[in-house]
Design a protein around this ligand. Structure first.
Ligand code: UTP
Length: 456
């Protein structure tokens, strides 16, 4: 601890000196939580060699996409009904984490404002809003939507929603708030300056969402509205089912604090976090941390053992989130080595070509081992997951649009409609929030022979 406190004291002295003649920097330095920084330095700089892998663990068990036994069939039917009645009773809320910096995408604006739908170019935020509207209309209930931004993109996100009149959801049913930030340091723990009057600050990871939900008054607002379950999803996945009755029902029936969707990995080394179990608890081991021999282990039937990967879709009980209020339980920091433009000791601007800095982030999935009765429900990748991380290539705008079109065509085909093989199809999530809605719809007014078909 002595070494950490030395670094903290050195940082304090240097920052106070620089801040003396600089009001903006002084404000940032005043707002710094030095104890939090000391904890982050301890976990990420001074103990960084420890992998943090649990001593013993095995692959987590999960509920399969489709029930595999008569008991499961009964449970799934009950769970679906339970989920629907919770939604109808106004006990569920949608929650999007949109505080990331989207560096891989390289888009100048909050990621949620990027046009992603294949024909109309609807922004991600609009697709989620329309799905929420569609579900609200189906169940005759208001579903409040909480959107976590960062101090860097809160204003622009709000302006986007104002410009689009909150996509018809009603301003009162939407709450935007900023997550916390952490300062970046060099590899020794010395704070970095982004400019002469500002620290290099960045959002504290999606794990910051639990504290931010509390500090912003969102959890109190949920309690007032009678919300019991919070449906958590990332801003970059246009296929996500924003409120899923089956997952919510299973989660409620099993008295789970935190439940998750899983995807069956395409191979042992797919870059998804791995769900593992430690006794009766669940945790995620990042793809880079799962030892190779574990990743390659197989079941008797030839399937890999560690096949449940995480698409970062969860349902959390409101009263589980409330437990993070006191600060007694908290999420660990992870070390991210990044290139951070900053000033050198002599005040020159540096644009590093190699990672030069440590950013401190917490991850929401680290709440899983703290959750009682956690459960995992497999999701169909083609139906529910195609994130926009990059402009082209893997997990890109390009691949996601192709997946959106494929899903829309599959839904139409399942509803008994023949469409041209090369047609481009987009389906409005408000009118058809799910395949079920499409199945019951008469499609008389749509020209299904066209090359480009917009249903909505
Ligand atoms: P990613 O890990 O994909 O990060 O975030 P990112 O910042 O969006 O993109 P890159 O890595 O810089 O290219 C996954 C989800 O978590 C949110 C993101 O907005 C996204 O929905 N997130 C991430 C936050 O809300 N806050 C953070 O501090 C980090």
């Amino acid at each position: 601890m002595g070494a950490i406190m030395d670094v903290i004291e050195k940082n304090k002295l240097r920052m106070n000196e620089l801040a003396a003649s600089n009001p903006r920097l002084a404000k940032q330095v005043d707002a710094l939580d030095w104890d939090e920084l000391a904890a982050a330095l301890e976990e990420c700089i001074f103990e960084k060699d420890e992998t943090g892998l649990p001593e013993t663990y095995g692959p987590a068990s999960y509920f399969p996409l489709n029930p595999e036994t008569p008991e499961q069939e009964i449970l799934y039917a009950q769970a679906f009904e339970c989920g629907e009645s919770l939604i109808r009773a106004g006990k569920t809320a949608a929650f999007t984490v949109a505080g990331g910096q989207g560096t891989r995408l390289g888009y100048d604006g909050p990621k949620g404002t990027l046009g992603v739908s294949p024909i109309k170019g609807k922004p991600l935020f609009q697709l989620f809003a329309e799905q929420i509207l569609g579900i609200s209309e189906k169940y005759g209930v208001v579903i409040p939507w909480y959107v976590m931004c960062s101090p860097l993109n809160l204003e622009t996100t709000l302006a986007h929603f104002e410009e689009h009149e909150f996509y018809g959801l009603g301003q009162d049913n939407l709450k935007f708030f900023a997550q916390g930030v952490m300062p970046a340091t060099d590899f020794e723990g010395n704070l970095l300056l982004a400019s002469h009057d500002s620290l290099a600050l960045s959002p504290n990871g999606h794990g910051g969402s639990l504290k931010a939900l509390i500090d912003s008054g969102s959890v109190a607002d949920m309690a007032e509205r009678g919300i019991e379950h919070v449906s958590y999803f990332q801003v970059d996945n246009p296929l996500v089912s924003v409120i899923n009755p089956l997952l919510i029902g299973l989660h409620d029936l099993q008295r789970s604090d935190m439940s998750s969707r899983s995807l069956t990995k395409t191979g042992p080394f797919e870059k998804l976090g791995n769900f593992v179990s430690i006794g009766d608890r669940v945790t995620i081991i990042e793809y880079s941390d799962l030892p190779e021999e574990k990743a390659l282990e197989k079941e008797g039937d030839g399937r890999i053992k560690y096949r449940a990967g995480s698409p970062a879709i969860h349902v959390l009980r409101r009263d589980f989130i409330e437990q993070f209020a006191s600060g007694e339980i908290k999420l660990p920091y992870h070390r991210a080595e990044k290139k951070v433009a900053c000033l050198s000791e002599t005040g020159e601007a540096l644009a590093p070509e190699q990672p030069n800095a440590v950013k401190f982030e917490t991850f929401v999935f680290d709440a899983l081992p703290l959750a009682k009765n956690p459960l995992i429900l497999e999701a169909d990748r083609l139906e529910e997951f195609s994130p926009v991380k990059n402009m082209t290539g893997v997990d890109s705008l390009e691949s996601s649009q192709a997946d959106q079109v494929k899903r829309a065509k599959r839904w139409l085909a399942n509803a008994g409609h023949a469409i041209k093989e090369d047609a481009i199809v987009e389906i409005c999530p408000r009118i058809f929030p799910s395949e079920r809605a499409l199945l019951g719809a008469g499609l008389g007014k749509y020209d299904l022979e066209a090359d480009s078909i917009y249903l909505g």
